[in-house]
Each structure stands twice: as structure tokens, then as C-alpha cells.
Design a protein around this ligand. Sequence first.
Ligand code: GTP
Ligand code: MG
Length: 192
Amino acid sequence: MKITSAQFITSAVKPSQYPLPERPEVAFAGRSNVGKSSLINTLLGRKNLVKTSSTPGRTQTLNFFLINDGFYITDLPGYGYAKVPEAVRKKWGPMVENYLKSRTGLGAVVVILDIRRLPNQADHDLLAWLAHYKIPEIVSLTKADKLNKNKQARQRTLIAEDLGRDPSSLIVFSAATGLGKQTLWRALEAML
Ligand code: GTP
Ligand code: MG
């Protein structure tokens, strides 16, 4: 995909604040600090369009970006970080579930996992929600640059077993090297 324009539109916590859903949309979700914002920047070829941080729990609202004047990308706040204030954590579930339930135009959710770890309960819960609402998902395993090729393959197999799906369905990705960028775009284009 050639990116001709990518602009931040708005932050939202509730549906009345979402941009008008007149375009197709893809959302990106995953644990705090897993690399969601970095993955989006890499996909778009923009270094700092989306704020990234070494401090987990940085993205705490839904952030909407308009791409090529044609579709939206939504950076969802990460889940599962203990140091996020209790009040914020309590809002996460309803905020994201509301979004998933109500967002017309949502064509797919990219669920981002750290290739070095097995999915946890919250990851499974998210995938269960998506299945429940019949929202198509793409699972991407990021930070692949932290492992050598053999370990990448081994982790991909283990995570696939844990999720009960085929290893080839998991897209190995790295924001540091750009690995998997084309594969992920192809999967997204098929859904947009
Ligand atoms: P929250 O918004 O806080 O939930 O985090 P996030 O999931 O958006 O993660 P973010 O993209 O901010 O990245 C978190 C940290 O991981 C940063 O220090 C990034 O530089 C680093 N990081 C993200 N992706 C990669 C990757 O593919 N490889 C490596 N080596 N580091 C990465
Ligand atoms: Mg983020």
C-alpha cells in the first residue's frame, strides 16, 4: 500500500467522540507496551505519527488516524498493565468493548502479541470478544527482531498451538526492521 497521507484525527473515550464512520476502519489492539503504536508507525512509514513510549500504558484513549483520505486506523489503548491507575484500568474494558460493539465500518482488528511470550488471559479474552462480535482479526507477533530465526519459528509454533490455529496464519513482525510489513498490508488490504 502506498501511503500518500496519514493524519491524526481525534482521541476518543466514548462513541459520541468517534469520527463519523463513513469509511472502512482497522483497529490495533494488544497488551500495554507490546508495540501497537510502533507497529502502526512502521506500517504507515511515519516515524512519529503515533506516539510511542518505553513507559507502558501510554496510550489511554482510542486514537483515530485517517489514511489516504480513504480509511481509518485506530490505535486502541493497551490492556493489562498493573501500574495504570485503577480508575483508568476499570474504564478500559467498557471503552474498548463499546467501540468493538458499536463501530460500523470496523473491518478488522489486528491483535498484536509479543513473539517472546505466550498469550495471557487478557489476550484470550480479547480474541473471544472479537469472535463473539464476529469481527475479523489478524494476529501479528511483534518484536521479532529480539529473537533469532530459529526462536522466531519456535515461538510462532507455540503461540499458534496455544491459540489453536495454524502457525502460517500468524504474521511475524518487527517495527525495528520492517519484517512482516508487506505481509500485514496484504492481509489488511484484503479486509479493507
Ligand atoms: P502502550 O500504548 O503503552 O500500550 O504501548 P504500545 O503497545 O503502543 O507500545 P509502543 O509502540 O509504544 O512500544 C513500546 C516499546 O517497545 C517502545 O520502547 C518501542 O520502541 C519498543 N518496540 C515496539 N516495537 C518494537 C519492535 O518491533 N522491536 C523492538 N526491538 N522494540 C520495539
Ligand atoms: Mg501505544
